[in-house]
Write a protein of this length. Sequence first.
Length: 136
Amino acid sequence: MTAEEQFKRFKEGRISIEDDHRPGRPSTSKTNDTITLVRDKIISDRRLTVKEVANEVGISIGTCHSILSDTLGMKRVSAKLVPKLLTEEQMEHRIGVCLDLKNWVSNDPSFIKSIITSDETWVYEYDPETKVQSSQ
């Protein structure tokens, strides 16, 4: 709606800036059941594409993308869909894993020595100056 149309509506006595209710068909594809199906598909196989999930669930690609990004809070990272923030289920899983590790260490103090950890490694770009250096 243009500014001129809005001005005309306010001049006629309208006081709300909200759009009028429009009759139409309600969305039937973005239901709780559909959201649960999409979440279950992604949890079972995180390598599925949005198109594959949409085909398996029987919804449009746009609706599937909306469910994944807006409703479930996921985003695509290197061919995997991962949550933007941890869900309650993921936080509980992390707590469970940490408690298991704590129990193993308390039962067997040498267990901690079998865990391999590392810190961040910075890899700097190497820019060869000559053909001989670039062939090495």
